[in-house]
Design a protein around this ligand. Structure first.
Ligand code: ZN
Length: 287
């Protein structure tokens, strides 16, 4: 029994692990206003375009389930550890208690945590996957996200699978304090073991990827892809400006800026993410 179980941080299973149908439940007969260009778009058209605005190319945020359905071959994703959920170990309360916040996040997203992990197929390649959901407490990394990531990393090692982590996170979960920060070292330790087996790790940084996630595993990959327009950084631009008293250059911490600085390997439009991943898998594992 590992440390987490001994400390009883994990709730009892409520959600069944297994193959899940990730078909969108959003009604298709409504109009959505683009967050960027403000154009009204028929929701069906937006979904067909993978939630990329057909007018201005703005990449609207995806849920973890939408992300999985966009890149995995249909019906192939098998979810692991779907029932794991954080407990309020520190008795944390600010304007609201952590217990209430967790409850509301679960109700809003239908998830038990801010990451979904499992094994899926992309272009017929089996891969270990972790996909974060920003809608669940800002995709924050608490003890359960750490545990789920470590479990899928070790499963990928055991089955000699490549690993893909799709990040969307505001960083460590402040309601779990130091327990969140522990996860950075814990995940990177597992990734180091993964790397020692010469297995392939691809990280996909979506909007936003910040804080302790950027500072640890998001950049520990063999190949780091960034989604077009994504904000990627440690501290936010406003905090940096206030601290350094400097005016930041245009596009600072955006995907293309980071590509120019050599911080990411490629900027990918969402519509070519799956084909890019397949190309990388083909290159490494053959057809
Ligand atoms: Zn637009």
């Amino acid at each position: 029994m590992n440390l987490l179980n001994r400390l009883n941080w994990l709730r009892k299973p409520k959600v069944k692990t297994g193959i899940t149908d990730y078909t969108s439940t959003v009604p298709d007969n409504i109009w959505i206003k683009c967050e960027s260009c403000q154009t009204l778009i028929y929701n069906n058209d937006l979904i067909e375009n993978l939630k990329v605005c057909p007018h201005c190319n703005h990449h609207h945020r995806l849920t973890a389930r939408e992300q999985i359905s966009q890149i995995c071959d249909p019906g192939t994703f098998y979810e692991e550890d779907a029932s794991l959920s954080s407990r309020d170990t520190l008795g944390f309360k600010d304007t609201q208690s952590y217990v209430v916040k967790l409850k509301e996040a679960k109700k809003k997203t239908g998830l038990s945590e801010a990451v979904i992990t499992g094994i899926g197929q992309i272009g017929s390649y089996r891969v270990g996957m972790a996909v974060m959901d920003f809608n669940f407490l800002g995709g924050s990394m608490g003890s359960v996200m750490g545990e789920k990531l470590v479990r899928i990393i070790y499963k990928a090692i055991k089955e000699e699978l490549p690993l893909i982590i799709i990040c969307a996170s505001g960083g460590a979960r402040m309601q779990e304090g130091i327990l969140s920060l522990f996860q950075m070292a814990k995940i990177n330790y597992a990734l180091n073991e993964f790397s020692s087996k010469s297995l392939l790790f691809i990280s996909v940084l979506t909007n936003p990827t910040t804080g302790g996630v950027t500072a640890s595993f998001a950049y520990a990959a063999d190949i780091v892809l960034a989604e077009e327009g994504a904000l990627i950084g440690f501290a936010g631009p406003r905090v940096i400006e206030q601290t350094t008293k400097l005016k930041l250059p245009e596009g600072f911490q955006r995907a293309n800026f980071l590509l120019d600085k050599g911080m990411v390997d490629r900027v990918v439009n969402r519509k070519s993410l799956k084909s890019t991943l397949i190309s990388i898998l083909e290159f490494n594992y053959g057809r």
